[in-house]
Design a binder for this molecule. Structure first.
Ligand code: ATP
Ligand code: MG
Length: 690
């Protein structure tokens, strides 16, 4: 390994092997580089790749790390590393050792949508959400509370002691146990279980713990500032007697407090591990000076932080441009035009351009404008590919073909596209299945024997049963991909998507997602047959469950659209940040009980988010905002973000303001005036004597 690619502090971190190590440093200072080089160094010293666990925050970041390592240590060894997220590590451990972790052999991982579905039905069962009650609840608020409690290892009894009297707290506490029971009866785990369950079982079962500690000898964690209590606990339990733990992070980039991350994990690391080695990296290798100056000026306004400053290694650089447009559409158009110019003028390839924003709904206008220019892009965060409704519908049908025992998939397929099968009918099917010790899908196939289902629903169920049986036979005879395609046609999923309201382009795009899925199913299948094995569908679907968190298109030259949250750890030559406005950045939480809470909720976390956004840029940065926006049909005046005032002013020479509010007028009314003035001037020149 080439140690000269590292500065002395980085080198020290790479070479320090025994005992806990913390690298605490600002954005772009080469923390992730320390992780990859440290892994390469361990491999060079003869450590087996299977013994090294490196955890990153997203699957995408982990994939990037693996790619970099493949170049350094070869593909084979890079593939053998245990490299992923806390969740993917947990899922892997559970699959390998279901007994040890107390889960059924063929457990399924629920995604967010499934969790919402379960909570929705529990609310109804507990009399909260149905026609019996007129009150409506924010499902997300309940789901989030349960998740936070799980991650803090709180039991129902403990929760009841700490909650304030708030509707959502009370309801979530009431449903907490029922929710856990439901997961068990469905043979499912949720995302949180992938970490909490691992941590608690390791703690309870010394022999299981010993096994895993012997298996994983070196632990490395990137983005450590955003670990939560359960993840910290999981690390502690995995940490063997050699205590080889290396964590890297930046307290200024802690942006998941709202989801239970504890910045105390990084700030208190050397208190918890008394003998920890702490290394700070001072230089910023990523960004040009105008960008680091802005980032520094912003982040000093936070009070609870380690004092540190980004000192740029690079020099020069164009000013950061702050652009104000008249309204939202003009902002989107300006950004898309600028991107088009950059690409057309060969000043930047698409993959070196990113548009970042606070919440995913801000992406839509940009998407449309880029589409019109024919500029290809990918969207990170927000609604990932596998979370799209139509894709999830198609996956439910895939599951009917390959694991028909999946209850959730059967329920989803019964419901979409709508077949005229109502809740009462499903209840009858459930009752029959329970009475006969069978599964829901069996009930569907036995509808003829079930009393109380007649007319249209019965007809629909018979048809559905037949379609499934045919498709299963098809899958046997030809391929699952072909059978699935036919089945989706037969149940009219394609029709239901294409006839949906909205512009043709959008619905076609939605169907393209299904085509993408079909292609991926086909590829997976043929790869298995090529290797002369049967396709392991459980694995394929398990991967989907994890990937959908941060799916990105694989084609290389794409412009990236991303939330700040999903952009963490990544970098681009050119970055646009949209909506630098009060209410957007800092974000106004719409579910906050009072308006004052809505913004001041956690202003420091909002500032850190903006800081993460700014520090993604290597060469050029644009900050845009609109002066007005339309909200529910009303045009509102929008204030600039308070964070803009915290940046250096124009005299500093690192920022340039650009006001486009009057631009459109220039092309209409003012054009005539300007033309007149020009002609007058011309006349003046001509009339000048001499
Ligand atoms: P973040 O906090 O955003 O995750 P980071 O601290 O992990 O940033 P890296 O992504 O590792 O930083 O590095 C930032 C950039 O600086 C990368 O392009 C990397 O290749 C480069 N870099 C890091 N260290 C060095 C070095 N010693 N010499 C030259 N370039 C470096
Ligand atoms: Mg990093």
């Amino acid at each position: 390994m080439d140690l000269s690619a590292l500065n002395p502090a980085q080198r020290e971190a790479v070479l320090h092997i025994e005992g806990p190590l913390l690298v605490l440093a600002g954005a772009g200072s080469g923390k992730t580089r320390v992780i990859t080089h440290r892994i390469a160094h361990l491999l060079e010293r003869g450590v087996e790749p299977e013994q090294i666990v490196a955890l990153s925050f997203t699957n995408k970041a982990a994939d990037e790390m693996r790619e970099r390592l493949a170049k350094m240590v070869g593909k084979k060894r890079a593939e053998a590393l245990v490299l992923g997220t806390f969740h993917s590590l947990g899922s892997r451990m559970m699959r390998e050792d279901p007994k040890g972790f107390g889960v059924p052999k063929r457990f399924q991982i629920l995604d967010q949508g499934d969790v919402y579905g379960i909570i929705r039905s529990l609310l109804r069962e507990h009399g909260y959400h149905g026609p019996a009650s007129k009150r409506r609840f924010d499902l997300g608020a309940v789901v989030q509370r349960i998740s936070l409690w799980k991650n803090d290892f709180l039991t129902t009894a403990q929760v009841k002691n700490i909650i304030s009297s708030n509707d959502y707290d009370d309801i979530a506490a009431e449903l907490y146990d029922a929710y856990e029971d439901r997961l068990r009866s469905l043979a499912c785990v949720d995302f949180d279980d992938l970490v909490c369950r691992i941590a608690s079982r390791l703690q309870e079962d010394p022999s299981c713990k010993k096994r895993w500690q012997q298996r994983f000898r070196y632990l490395l964690v990137d983005e450590y500032q955003d670990t939560n209590t359960a993840q910290f606990q999981m690390l502690l339990e995995l940490l063997g007697p050699e205590r080889n733990l290396c964590v890297v992070g930046d307290d200024d980039q802690a942006i998941y407090g709202w989801r239970g991350a504890k910045v105390a994990n990084i700030l208190g690391f050397d208190v918890y591990f008394r003998d920890a080695k702490v290394i700070k990296l001072e230089a910023n290798y990523r960004s040009k000076p105008p960008i680091t100056t802005c980032a520094n000026a912003l982040i000093v306004h936070n009070s609870s932080r380690h004092d540190k400053e980004l000192v740029p290694k690079r020099s020069g650089g164009e000013k950061v441009e702050v652009v104000v447009t008249r309204d939202g559409p003009m902002e989107a158009k300006w950004v898309a035009d600028k991107i088009y110019e950059l690409i057309q003028g060969r000043r930047a390839p698409g993959r070196e351009i990113a548009v970042l924003y606070r919440s995913s709904r801000q992406a839509r206008a940009i998407e449309q404008n880029l589409q019109e220019h024919g500029v290809p892009f990918r969207v990170l965060g927000g609604q990932p590919f596998y979370d799209k409704k139509v894709v999830k519908d198609a996956i439910a049908y895939l599951k009917l073909l390959v694991i028909p025992s999946d209850e959730i998939a059967v329920r989803r397929a019964l419901d979409t596209p709508s077949k005229g099968i109502g809740r009462k009918t499903i209840e009858r099917l459930d009752a029959w299945a329970e009475g006969h010790g069978k599964r829901l899908i069996d009930a569907v196939h036995h509808v003829a024997e079930i009393e109380g289902i007649g007319g249209r629903p019965r007809h629909a169920l018979e048809r559905f049963s037949q379609q499934i049986r045919h498709a299963q036979a098809d899958a046997h005879q030809s391929t699952v991909a072909d059978a699935l395609r036919k089945l989706l046609d037969e149940v009219r999923l394609r029709d239901s998507v294409l006839k949906d309201t909205g512009s043709g382009k959008v619905t076609q795009n939605r169907w393209n997602s299904v085509e993408f899925l079909l292609a991926s199913v086909g590829k997976f299948e043929s790869r298995a047959w090529d290797a002369k094995t049967k396709p392991k569908w459980g694995e394929y679907l398990g991967n989907i469950d994890l990937k959908k968190k941060d799916e990105g298109d694989q084609t290389p030259d794409l412009v990236t659209l991303s939330t700040f949250h999903s952009a963490k750890g990544l970098e681009w030559g050119n970055v646009f940040i949209l909506g630098v406005e009060e209410g957007t950045m800092p974000h106004k939480r719409t579910d906050a009980p009072r308006l004052s809470d809505a913004i001041s909720g956690d202003i420091e976390e909002e500032r850190r988010l903006f800081y993460v956004g700014i520090t993604r840029a290597r060469d050029r940065l644009w900050l845009t905002r609109a002066a007005t926006r339309v909200d529910r049909g009303r045009e509102l005046e929008i204030l600039p973000s308070r964070f803009l005032e915290e940046l250096p002013d124009e005299d500093s020479g690192v920022i340039e303001h650009c006001d486009l509010r009057e631009r459109e007028k220039l092309t209409t009314e003012t054009m005539e005036e300007l033309a007149g003035a020009f002609l007058n001037q011309l006349a003046g020149v001509q009339n000048r004597p001499g």
